[in-house]
Structures are given as structure tokens and as C-alpha cells.
Design a protein around this ligand. Structure first.
Ligand code: ATP
Ligand code: MG
Length: 250
């Protein structure tokens, strides 16, 4: 579904991605993990053209996308939606209007039709009861679920999640995990999840890519990574389970 081939990316002299290669299968839940600043968010942003690589190739469903014009990315973004780390809801719009917005804009539905469809998506994330609330009145976990509902409106084949559970209480975090799993199982949505959340990583990932020094340093199933003899992987996984998120020296 998504392929990164020898991707290089630098920002004003600081090289972040150094020949990153990664192949993501259709319908899988692939987690991208690694220390803060290693380039996880940068990596996924390349899929939908939010960043442009310096060298290498990025493919989406058989189409090379790294060389597309900005206008050509619209089609990719309809098929592959991103749920950003921080809420990107419009504070001045109610929950249902936030979710209805892409429907009236891109699907050319009437306001009433778009709201009706939006309610269906809110149901899916268990937020229908809050349809008329405004984002400011919601918890972080609720806002995240609304953002996921909004990302679902265009029925993407692929979802990119940037730290979907960071900052959430454990109950909300597990709800988001369950939702991601459900999207994969019921709709065969390919999910790419950037995360530091060990519980999510080891409970819902099909495979995990561990980024280190600008490349995929280790790739495997959760059980493969758990027993990895690689010292860097072990140190990282132990560091996460012991609490501190930032691992100096990575
Ligand atoms: N638009 C940008 N302009 C300049 N530098 C950037 C930009 N985006 C990212 N960077 C730099 O690239 C590096 C990797 O950033 P990235 O956001 O991918 O880290 P990350 O792995 O997602 O970390 P975290 O876990 O903290 O979110 C950082 O040093 C960051 O400062
Ligand atoms: Mg990030």
C-alpha cells in the first residue's frame, strides 16, 4: 500500500532520514516507533505530500507520489487521511459540523445530508451523544475520537495516526486502540500509527518498524521485537516500559 525507498530528508543541514526503506502492506496495522526527534512524523508526512523528500521514492498503491504536483496530492489525501497529534478541530464549529465539513466540501452533499452522514461516523467512534457539543467542552480523548470520525468521512483506504493515544488516560487510550483495530477488521483500512504507547504497540500492531539514525533499524511483529537481541531495540523498549519517553543518545 505504501512504500518508502531509500528516502533522504534534511532540514537546513540536519539530515533526519538517511535512506529509509519501508514497505507497508494493505490492511495491516504498522506502528512506527523510535526516540523523540528520530523522524517518525516526518516519515509519514511524505505519504500525503506535507513534506517533500530530498532523495528516494515514495509510492502509494502502485503510484509514485513523491514527484506529484501539489494539486495532484488531493486525490491521494482523499484515499489516505491523517489524524494529527494535536487536535485540528475547528473550535467555532460543533462536533457534528466539524465532521460534516469534509462531506459538504468534497462530496458536495447538502448541509442536511452531510450532518446525517456525520452522525453515522460519530456513532462509529461512540461520540454521537456529543454531536452538538463544541470542541472546547470535550476531553482530549473525545476530541481525538472526533478527529478520527472526521478522517473517516471520505472513507479512506489508509489512515496515518500521529500519536493517537499520547496524553490520553488509559481508558480513552484503549478505546482509540479498539477503534483502530475495528477499522482494520471491518473496513480493511491500512493503519500507520506513530506511537510511544507500549500498550498500544504490543496489543494492536501487526508489525512494528523501529526507526533509528534515519533508517528502519528493526522491523517485525510485536513478539519478534519483544525478544529481539538487538541492544538498541531492547534499550528502547525497556526505556518505554519504565516510563521516560525521551531516550537521550538516540
Ligand atoms: N518542518 C520542519 N522544519 C524543520 N525541521 C523539522 C521540520 N519537521 C521536522 N523537523 C525536524 O526533524 C526532526 C524529526 O522530527 P519529527 O517530528 O519527525 O520527530 P519524531 O520522531 O516525530 O519525534 P516525536 O516523537 O517527538 O514526535 C526533528 O529534529 C525536527 O526538529
Ligand atoms: Mg512526532
Amino acid at each position: 500500500m505504501i512504500e518508502f525507498l531509500n528516502v533522504w530528508k534534511a532540514f537546513s543541514g540536519q539530515t533526519v532520514l538517511r535512506g529509509l526503506t519501508l514497505s507497508i502492506q494493505r490492511g495491516e496495522i504498522l506502528f512506527i516507533i523510535g526516540a523523540s526527534g528520530v523522524g517518525k512524523s516526518v516519515t509519514i508526512k511524505h505519504v500525503i505530500g506535507l513534506l517533500r523528500l530530498d532523495r528516494g521514492e515514495v509510492w502509494f498503491d502502485g503510484q509514485r507520489v513523491d514527484q506529484l504536483e501539489e494539486s495532484e496530492f488531493y486525490a491521494v489525501r482523499r484515499r489516505c487521511a491523517m489524524v494529527f497529534q494535536h487536535s485540528t478541530l475547528f473550535d467555532s464549529l460543533s462536533v457534528v459540523d466539524n465532521v460534516a465539513l469534509p462531506l459538504s466540501k468534497h462530496r458536495k452533499l447538502s448541509q442536511a445530508q452531510a450532518r446525517e452522514r456525520a452522525l453515522g461516523f460519530l456513532d462509529r467512534v461512540h461520540m454521537r451523544d456529543f454531536a452538538e457539543a463544541f470542541p472546547a467542552a470535550l476531553s482530549d480523548g473525545m476530541r481525538k475520537r472526533v478527529a478520527i470520525a472526521r478522517a473517516l468521512t471520505l472513507e479512506p483506504e489508509c489512515l496515518l495516526f500521529d500519536e493517537p493515544t499520547t496524553g490520553l488516560d488509559p481508558v480513552s487510550a484503549r478505546r482509540v486502540d479498539a477503534l483502530i483495530r475495528e477499522l482494520k477488521e471491518t473496513l480493511n483500512v491500512t493503519c500507520v500509527v506513530v506511537s510511544h504507547d507500549l500498550t498500544s504497540i504490543f496489543s494492536i500492531a501487526d508489525r512494528i518498524a523501529f526507526l533509528y539514525q534515519g533508517r528502519v533499524h528493526a522491523l517485525g511483529t510485536p513478539s519478534e521485537l519483544r525478544v529481539s537481541s538487538d541492544a538498541v531495540v531492547q534499550q528502547f523498549v525497556r526505556g518505554l516500559s519504565e516510563g521516560p519517553m525521551e531516550t537521550p543518545g538516540f
